[in-house]
Ligand binder design. Sequence first.
Ligand code: 5AD
Length: 353
Amino acid sequence: MSEVSNLLEKAYQTNELAKFEIIYLLESITPADREVLYNYALKTKQAYYGDKIYLRGLIEFSNYCRQDCLYCGLRASNAQVKRYRLTPEEILGCCAQGYELGYRTFVLQSGEDLWYTDGMLVALMQEIKKRYPEAAITLSIGERRRETYQSLFMAGADRFLMRHETAAKELYKKLHPTMLFENRRACLSALKDIGYQVGAGFMVGLPGQTSADLAEDLRYLIELRPDMVGIGPFIPHSETPLGIKKGGTAEDTLVMVALARLLIPESLLPATTALGTLHPQGRELALKAGANVLMPIITPTSVRKQYALYENKICGDDQPQDCQYCIERRIQAAGFEVDPGRGDSLQYECKSR
Ligand code: 5AD
């Protein structure tokens, strides 16, 4: 048996790998090893979550952003984007449509847009919870004050997604001229502390990212123990400073998804839209490599294309019901089943029991 096979088996049996082992694995893995890895990840997912896939209706409610991340099409310096904001009433309309389509989690995502004051968001959380008490609300609105996170949680928000983007400090600094590495981590810790189910995560294939950096991402996640881990390929956007750089590959992304399943086995792992953009079967492949969440878009078709974090994002012309149909069909074709519930993480289920 090769050293890589031994490491894969160790990860599968013990859910633990040291940083140097992850680096070795990433640098030596062969296509045949990858199949073994995906299989271990699939078995691990089945042991923890069975064959159920959880759905989240994604509402991209504003593409205004005060930050200037080098990779992102919504960065403040990109003057080519036509900016939009949905009103609270329009967001509630999206929830109504999502509820009709069967979704029991609404993800409210936006750029960092302070036009939505704490008060507005609190009122919106309360209204969504009043209308749909059995649904979960996930926020993905970036960095705000701890008190804001606290009041949104009190108002009914259940979960919060904030990718750490990269755990490599120097790389983080280069990519985020308007943000602080320490602050991002402090936000994630605060969110956990307050009681949110937290989603962290990172991009694969960032310019200058090394195997050691990716190993650090996994080690950070092992320490943080988030409820959810979003992993997607970096896809260059021409209106950004990284527009001419190479993007991440589907294979490298799938390897990281599968390793995340082995090393943080109880977490929820989305098959990301970015992976579906890079490869026509990207999300199905992710489901077969340990992922167990899909996020159909319910953003109104009229503004969808303006929420371009990267270019050629899929589903831009679709209606919410198209995404529902397409995603459910893909899940079934891949051999899995849609779970109709809120889909809380196992970590959360254990805590609340
Ligand atoms: N390619 C891939 N993912 C991106 N994101 C932002 N820009 C890009 C890009 N160019 C990801 C970030 C962010 C999430 C909402 O989208 O990881 O956290």
